[in-house]
Design a protein around this ligand. Structure first.
Ligand code: AP5
Length: 217
């Protein structure tokens, strides 16, 4: 099964797609995480991406499409994948359709997380993640059970993303509106879109997604 999560920065794509990966055993692919790994490793792609990510701008389609194409050839994608943060432009969506057609495969559903823009800044500014295992938390909405200790691996070291600041969030939202929102009509014409109320608490959003999964699985 191949699933796409769409939604603005902070909508909950990572939170929900990671949960689905655990529940259904389908690989979760976050192009943002892949790019952050390239930045951390100091690769050529990482060096090019860093400035763009820090400015809230998109990485060129050609770079991201070839990264994604190699990623979906990996054995853990044999049963399908959950895309978090890709596609982000119509050109990326068209490239993905071509890749899947060559594999005799297709997208099964596009889950769109609807969240009011005013809520996004709060979500993004409160986000932090475990430096060791990457589990994502929120100061208010998803704190660790024991303050300062990761629930999953017990690490006491946490990080915040450099692009989670006010100016960059404004730029990321602008890019979402201009470049990613046109994907809605693109997927609506193929009858793939399911709207999810992303304003609900995390567990309720998960329950809405489980209902959709029951219908299509
Ligand atoms: P990326 O890493 O994909 O960032 P993003 O799309 O801006 O999304 P976020 O990761 O910020 O938010 P999310 O929706 O995953 O929310 P989360 O679940 O963490 O991309 C970063 C950059 O990389 C881009 O700006 C671009 O430069 C580049 N890039 C990546 N892909 C690209 C592509 N395809 N093409 C070109 N460039 C690309 O939730 C946020 C917080 O809210 C968390 O703390 C969470 O606990 C909390 N939360 C989640 N759900 C709820 C809820 N229902 N109620 C309350 N709190 C909640």
């Amino acid at each position: 099964m191949n699933i796409i999560f769409l939604g603005p920065p902070g909508a909950g794509k990572g939170t929900q797609s990671k949960r689905l990966e655990g529940r259904y055993g389908i690989a979760q692919i976050s192009t943002g995480d892949m790019l952050r790994a390239e930045v951390a490793a100091g690769t050529e792609i990482g060096r090019e991406a860093k400035g763009l990510m820090d400015a809230g701008k998109l990485i060129p389609d050609s770079v991201i499409v070839s990264m994604l194409e190699s990623r979906i050839q990996q054995p853990d994608c044999a049963k399908g994948f959950i895309l978090d943060g890709f596609p982000r432009t119509v050109a990326q969506a068209e490239a993905l359709d071509d890749m899947l057609q060559r594999k005799n495969s297709k997208i099964d559903v596009v889950l769109v997380l609807n969240v009011d823009e005013e809520a996004l800044a709060d979500r993004i500014s409160g986000r932090f993640s475990c430096s060791k295992c990457g589990t994502s938390y929120h100061d208010t909405f998803r704190p660790t059970a024991k303050p300062g200790v990761c629930d999953v691996c017990g690490s006491e070291s946490f990080t915040r993303r450099p692009d989670d600041n006010r100016e960059t969030v404004i730029a990321r939202l602008a890019s979402y509106r201009a470049e990613t929102m046109p994907l809605l009509p693109y997927y609506e014409q193929h009858d793939l879109v399911v709207m999810i109320d992303g304003m609900a608490p995390i567990e309720e959003v998960s329950a809405q997604i489980d209902q959709v999964m029951k219908r299509i699985a």
